[in-house]
Design a protein around this ligand. Structure first.
Ligand SMILES: Cc1ncc(C[n+]2csc(CCOP(=O)(O)OP(=O)(O)O)c2C)c(N)n1
Length: 665
């Protein structure tokens, strides 16, 4: 094998940075250097000076452990990522963390490391590109026209998530088309435990053909012409995504470790590092790149040219279609329509003025979507095969077809849905929301976590939020899910109690540009609560006084379906001369972030508190000394029988308050 100076530069930067950090993954960058060279120097359209140019090609490193490959590419092509940044690989506060993180390093499109999620994000990005192209392009004005390139390894393809999203991508290819999605499979036969033949023997090309993908098998992943030819073939297919199966040698270039799992995730060590330098014919000291190699990689001038051409074409588009151009800019900037707030105020006024009726909050959610969606074309809905239960559709929902659409039936793929939604949100121009049962948020959990980590505006509609779903039984009845979702940093969990709180929760979720929101919604009907205008305003603070008394002896805090129970308990206690305040707390995270004086106003120190929520109690003890909840699995029975069986009824709540007052008296 003859190594070129350009690929040796990638290899040298990767092994030197890993060596310096004393940890990292040299095997993948060494093994994918030629593929990276072809993609980044011959095909990728990007502008290193403007990493967020909306029509750039997307590049996703799904096998994110090989992060040094991406950092080397960003550095070499001219992004704002210096040699010092590379030297700080994996150090505290550096711009080169262990795995690529969006928002930390310019040019990193998505945070990867949890295998296969990058691939799922990429399917979402490619879908977003198609949706926006259909919506915004006009004959002669292809303002949305970019490709999505992805690297995956054996690990990504072993993960079940890859099946979920690649199967769905195959189906989407038959409709809207995903021809601009090109995935490179780093088929090196090695994962951490050793040669994969002991645990991964699928016929991968046949698998992807069965999905309906274009598959280019048996490409020599170290032969740049063969790779280039495969990319041309991939891009020539207008509808099918392509998997390019590249036979590679992990750690290629390291004479003593190539082909072995030893090179996957540990520094080479000084003597093997020197042997690798010698083998590559790379005499330069660590982190030094000769001028001519830098020049060969430098993409700044070409990137600026390609970008400027697009800007010119966008100006022509603007002249011909000024409204569309403005809308494209608004949408891709993530700004809400200018009259958004008025729309929300009108909606809340209408709800307050309407005849109160008992509705399930899942149904309330649908009513709210119906009101907001017509004014919010970026809202992109869907459900993991539970549309009729999640009530995520509205009268203007149109399924994704060759003509576009705003609603995707994800099939029974909860994790795929969450991770694909992240890709839509990352791409920009769309605000994804997707439904499943709260119980099955467990299947989606790491996708939700990545949305929280990346700060993505993605909205999870999680219905059937307690034993209140009834007869389907303990497999479907969430117990600990609301509590555990609340533990996730940067996730807001709303559990509204009626139509008005649901409307506020939805608007908060849409306005929340910096993170995801989970809406926990009831299957069963809930009694609407009365509120003054100032109480309506306070719902957005996450917790507020719903029923007040002059000198409360106790406070009952409740969420969602248990608010009406708390109100009944307070009324009963009032009848016995015990004045009790009720606090509705639809979003604990938002309430906890309020100024101390507001929190003190709502929950005065020294007044004993009881919480009632049909779920795990653990998380509540920082707000109350007594929690009426459920710390065991549910049962199959009608909802009313279950609430009684599990002690979530009037007697229990009244008894809890009395007991607390007796002990604190
Ligand atoms: C979801 C998930 N599980 C486990 C890991 C830990 N892990 C990182 S790399 C890897 C093996 C990946 O093998 P492969 O994709 O073949 O990478 P290569 O050895 O070729 O670099 C594993 C298990 C992870 N990052 N994500």
């Amino acid at each position: 094998m003859r190594f070129t100076a350009e690929t040796s530069a990638i290899r040298a930067l990767a092994v030197d940075a890993v060596e310096r950090a004393g940890s990292g993954h040299p095997g993948m960058p060494l093994g994918m250097a030629e593929i990276a060279d072809v993609v980044w120097r011959r095909h990728l359209r990007h502008d290193p000076a403007v990493p967020d140019w909306t029509d750039r090609d997307r590049f996703v490193l799904s096998n994110g452990h090989g992060s040094m490959l991406l950092y080397a590419l960003l550095h070499l092509t001219g992004y704002d990522l210096t040699v010092d940044d590379l030297k700080a690989f994996r150090q505290l506060g550096s711009r080169t963390p262990g795995h690529p993180e969006r928002g930390v390093t310019p040019g990193v499109e998505t945070t990867t490391g949890p295998l296969a999620q990058g691939l799922a994000n990429a399917v979402g990005m490619a879908l977003a590109e198609r949706l926006l192209a259909i919506e915004f392009n006009r004959p002669g004005h292809e303002v949305v026209d970019h490709r999505t390139f992805v690297f995956v390894g054996d690990g990504c393809l072993m993960e079940g998530l890859s099946h979920e999203v690649c199967s769905l991508a195959g189906t989407l290819a038959r409709g809207i088309g995903l021809g601009k999605l090109v995935v490179f499979y780093d088929d090196n036969g090695i994962s951490i435990d050793g040669p994969v033949e002991g645990w991964f023997t699928d016929d991968t090309p046949a698998r992807f053909e069965a999905y309906g993908w274009q598959v280019i098998p048996a490409v020599d992943g170290h032969d740049t012409e063969a790779i280039d030819h495969a990319v041309e073939q991939a891009l020539a297919d207008p509808t099918r995504p392509t998997l390019i199966c590249c036979r590679t040698v992990i750690g290629l270039g390291s004479p003593g470790k190539a082909g072995s799992h030893d090179v996957h995730g540990a520094p080479l060590g000084p003597s093997e590092l020197q042997a690798t330098r010698d083998n590559l014919g790379w005499p330069h000291p660590p982190f030094e790149i000769p001028g001519e190699v830098r020049e060969a990689w430098d993409h700044r001038a070409e990137g600026a040219r390609v970008h400027a051409r697009w800007e010119e074409s966008f100006e022509c588009y603007r002249s011909a279609f000024p409204d569309l151009a403005a809308e494209y800019e608004r949408r891709t900037a993530g700004h809400l329509p200018h009259d958004w707030r008025q729309l929300v105020e009108k909606l809340l006024d209408r709800i307050r003025a309407s005849e109160p009726a008992s509705v399930a909050t899942r149904r309330a959610s649908q009513l709210v979507i119906e009101e907001l969606a017509p004014e919010l074309p970026e809202l992109f809905g869907g459900s993991a095969d539970l549309t009729g239960s999640n009530l995520t559709n509205w009268s203007g929902s149109t399924p994704v077809t060759a003509d576009g659409g705003n609603y995707l039936s994800y099939g029974v793929r909860e994790f795929g849905m969450a991770a694909l939604m992240n890709g839509l949100a990352l791409h920009g121009g769309l605000i994804p929301y997707g439904g499943t049962f709260l119980m099955f948020s467990e299947y989606a959990r790491n996708g939700i976590r990545m949305a929280a980590l990346m700060g993505l505006r993605s909205i999870l509609v999680l219905t059937h939020d307690s034993i209140g779903l009834g007869e389907d039984g303990p497999t479907h009845q969430p117990v600990e899910q609301t509590a555990t979702l609340r533990l996730m940093p940067n996730l807001h969990v709303w559990r509204p109690c009626d139509l008005l709180e649901t409307a506020v929760a939805w608007t908060a979720a849409i306005e929340r540009a910096g993170g995801p929101t989970a809406l926990a919604l009831s299957r069963q009907n809930l009694v609407p609560q009365d509120r003054s205008p100032s109480q309506v305003d306070q719902v957005a603070r996450g917790g507020y006084v719903l029923r007040d008394v002059a000198q409360p002896a106790a406070v009952i805090i409740a969420t969602g379906s248990e608010v009406e129970l708390a109100m009944r308990a307070a009324a009963e206690l009032a009848g016995d001369g015990v004045p009790v305040r009720v606090v509705s707390m639809p979003c604990v995270e938002v309430f906890d972030s309020q100024p101390a004086d507001y929190r003190e106003e709502v929950l005065p120190a020294g007044v004993p508190r009881v919480v009632v929520e049909a779920g795990a109690t653990g998380g509540w003890y920082r707000h109350a000394t007594v929690v009426v909840g459920i710390d065991q699995f549910g049962e199959s029975a009608p909802a009313a029988a279950l609430f009684e069986h599990f002690g979530l009824d009037l007697d229990a709540v009244v008894g809890a308050v009395r007991g607390l007052l007796a002990t604190s008296a």
